[in-house]
Design a protein around this ligand. Structure first.
Ligand SMILES: [Zn+2]
Length: 335
């Protein structure tokens, strides 16, 4: 007897916990809040004109982040922290840029400095949690998320952080998920139009097609783009509404219909717009998101434990499947 048709959704936490920091949210006078219990000893005295110039560089850096120009932002933020290491927003936003561009290791000292120097500031905690998430240190990320929720119970993104915490906990426990595979060699793909959606860019479709092509290099499946959804094996749907996904923390989702281990249909949802200060998705992020969700649609339902794989549960700046991603797919189709 044939196994019944079933549907399975891959829960993906594709986004990092982090978002860029608004300079206006920052206490400019460190000594005023009375509840500060930690005084860093290596605090450097900076004269007020140097500090003002550092603030100017930091604000300009933040504006560049909002415009998506991370290279120029990094340059200004590095100058700002060199002039004034106690500039909270500059340290945080430099950490943010380094996280975003695949250099979480380099982000760590900046964010740790901000975290220990400004314990009353909520903004650094999700950034630092995001760094540990990207580095594969889930216990540290979970600890920081919990600290954030307990220390800042009124934070507006509390629900988002709680959703992330649940994903991190699920991810750090043993995954019982099975893998699946297509029984055909040529898989037909239909891409629904995305124009008009918030954050949608015409280039996204090309990025999505290139992502399929990257996976075809594993040599096990070929992809054919069809003009009608009723002939498609995989359907790709853009959305600007995070509520259509399984949780607030997700950037995408893949739902597989399967009979036993054989996939009969897959539907990929891709979020075009994120609910944060910097809402627009860069092409680099979209590519990482597409590669990850396509990987699920090909039957790889388990996440990798290695942050440099596109099948790691958080995707930062991965532009192409790693050799281990490719091997994983080949293994699925050669048994
Ligand atoms: Zn996933």
């Amino acid at each position: 007897m044939k196994a019944p048709l079933a549907a399975l959704a891959a829960a993906c936490l594709v986004f990092q916990t982090s978002t860029a920091v608004f300079a206006e949210h920052i206490h400019s006078d460190y000594s005023s809040p009375s509840e500060i219990s930690y005084e860093p000893t290596n605090r450097q005295i900076v004269d007020s004109s140097t500090s003002r110039y550092a603030s100017y560089l930091s604000d300009s850096g933040y504006k560049l982040i909002c415009q998506g120009n991370l290279v120029a932002a990094e340059n200004l933020l590095k100058q700002a922290v060199a002039l004034d290491p106690n500039h909270f927003a500059a340290q945080c936003n430099l950490g943010y840029v380094l996280n975003k561009t695949g250099r979480a290791k380099d982000a760590l000292p900046h964010l740790l400095y901000a975290f220990y120097s400004f314990p009353e500031e909520p903004a650094v905690v999700p950034l630092l949690a995001g760094t540990y998430q990207l580095l594969g240190n889930l216990p540290a990320a979970i600890q920081l998320c919990r600290l954030y929720i307990s220390r800042f119970p009124g934070a507006p993104n509390r629900d988002y952080m709680a959703a992330i915490t649940r994903h991190l906990i699920a991810e750090s426990t043993e995954q019982a998920t099975k893998n699946y595979n297509w029984t055909k060699k040529n898989v037909r793909v239909f891409i629904h139009p995305g124009s008009g959606l918030q954050g949608y860019r015409e280039e996204f479709e090309q990025v999505l097609k290139e992502s399929f092509s990257s996976w075809s290099q594993a040599g096990v499946l070929t992809f054919e783009f069809v003009r009608k959804p009723d002939r498609a094996d995989i359907e790709c749907v853009w959305t600007d509404d995070v509520k259509q996904l399984g949780s607030l923390a997700e950037g995408g989702e893949a739902v597989l219909n399967h009979q036993g281990n054989a996939v009969s249909h897959a539907r990929i949802m891709l979020l075009t717009n994120r609910n944060s200060a910097v809402a627009a998705m860069s092409l680099q992020e979209m590519r990482a998101l597409c590669l990850h969700e396509i990987g699920h649609s090909l039957g790889m339902m388990r996440h990798s434990r290695n942050p440099s794989d596109v099948m790691y549960f958080t995707v930062a700046a991965t532009a192409t499947p790693s050799s281990s991603d490719i091997m994983q797919l080949q293994r699925l189709y050669t048994h």
